[in-house]
Design a protein around this ligand. Structure first.
Ligand code: 13P
Length: 134
């Protein structure tokens, strides 16, 4: 019998302030799956995921001081399989260029990037179903 190799999805989780409650709810829905993933996050988002859901997360700097760029650097190095980035389209962000750079890096490297809850659910459902089969 051929041995199966199970790969652990590497997921980046990021949410702007008004979307953080959505992120916590979303991550709670997929908690069992996410516990088996390698997670990275921007600073404040990662802190909430760890404190409120008990997830083990590699926390980068907060978004406005370079966290999005750090996630982008991981992605460019091939260390991220998927980005869940709950952006707030209604609030101007001081680090808009960093946000655009991260989303652009996803497109350059063909990495799935979910920027709203509906898309994130589709992506996480698909990944969790694939990991059940592995
Ligand atoms: O600003 C962010 C993404 O652009 C998120 O950063 P925090 O998770 O530190 O709030």
């Amino acid at each position: 019998m051929t041995p199966t190799t199970k790969t652990t999805p590497r997921i980046a989780l990021i949410a702007h302030d008004k979307k953080k409650d959505d992120m916590i709810r979303l991550a709670g829905e997929y908690l069992d799956f996410l516990k088996g993933c390698t997670l990275s996050a921007t600073g404040t988002t990662g802190g909430r995921l760890a404190n409120e859901l008990g997830l083990s997360v590699e926390r980068k700097h907060s978004g406005p001081v370079g966290g999005d760029l750090q996630i982008g650097a991981l992605l460019v190095e091939g260390q991220i399989d998927c980005v869940i980035f709950l952006r707030d389209p209604m609030t101007p962000q001081p680090h808009e260029p960093d946000i655009n750079a991260l989303v652009r890096a996803c497109d350059v490297h063909n990495i799935a990037c979910a920027t709203n809850v509906s898309t994130a659910r589709l992506v996480l459902s698909r990944l969790s179903a694939a990991s059940d089969k592995a």
